[in-house]
Ligand binder design. Sequence first.
Ligand code: UFG
Length: 340
Amino acid sequence: MKILVTGGLGYIGSHTVVELQAAGLEVVIVDNLSNSHIEVLNKIEKISGIRPSFSKLDLADRDSCSNFFKGEKAISGIIHFAAYKAVGESVKEPLKYYHNNLDSLINVLENMKTYHIPNLVFSSSCTVYGQPDKLPVTEQAPRKPALSPYGNTKQMAEDIIRDTVYASAIKSIALRYFNPVGAHYSALIGELPLGVPNNLLPFITQTASGIREQLSVFGSDYNTPDGTAIRDYIHVVDLAKAHVVAVKRMLNDKSKSNYEIFNIGTGNGYSVLEVIKSFEKVSKLKLNYKIVGRREGDIEKVWADTSFANKELGWKAQKTLDEMTLSAWRFQQQLSKNMK
Ligand code: UFG
């Protein structure tokens, strides 16, 4: 069975490729390398012993996309990661986000129809819930108006997929990720943010390794036990495994409906200070941080109700917060070593 992974050299994509290979599936990667590195292909091969086929390709370009599908036969399913994901950048350059994230999806769906490729796993996000009224948040919770063009592309993409599934033979599973963190245990692949990281874990590990001087903790006056914001952090390898389960569910015709949505988190919420404490414990370092004002657009707290994914997919996140922070730290140490 051949699975096409778009954005397969990116952070979540590369971990998913490794898990697909471990499950005996053949992987074809397309990636435009806009936020990823070609060396990741070697790292994947080093981990799994198998070099996946790779094409550098901009899926948002209609002609390049259809040429690719014309030449690539017998794809059983697609996992579509390829998208821009920086919330702040999307506010400044909305058209870049709408063009890339939506045109690439539409082009992929058109080719799925043309070449009768039946199965699509889509990377969605808990960002579609905004600040939920009830926690933990279930898949039935209403989606709130998006706070950024990035978030809007995830909502619109879900709708585009739902409508296309309704009108075609395509089946899809949308996975709404909570906060993916950590790295592969080999420390060969992990999150490689370009420039100054926006996300908490890369900022913590870069501060600890001396690349950044100090971590700013955004807000300590939230309505949470320690005043800092709460998220459901999930180890990227647990998240990658959810994709394998989802794609197999469709390949084995086990879907209960043609379009399914699952929350992919751990079900546990941790505050920013709890993440810092975990990092300090596993690294045996003291982190230089200071508490500053809230970051615009941040929600106060969110964590997943994962019971639907646990029951229906037979999947459950396994890794603890300490395993997440330790693996992120080991990956950063490896990167720092390679820079020397
Ligand atoms: N934080 C800090 N300091 C930092 C970075 C983050 O205190 O330097 C805090 C944030 O304020 C937030 C928490 O750490 O409370 C997590 O922040 P991240 O930026 O790591 O993650 P977000 O929850 O803001 O964003 C993530 C994804 C987005 C997605 C969003 C909602 O990165 O792509 O979840 O799904 F849109």
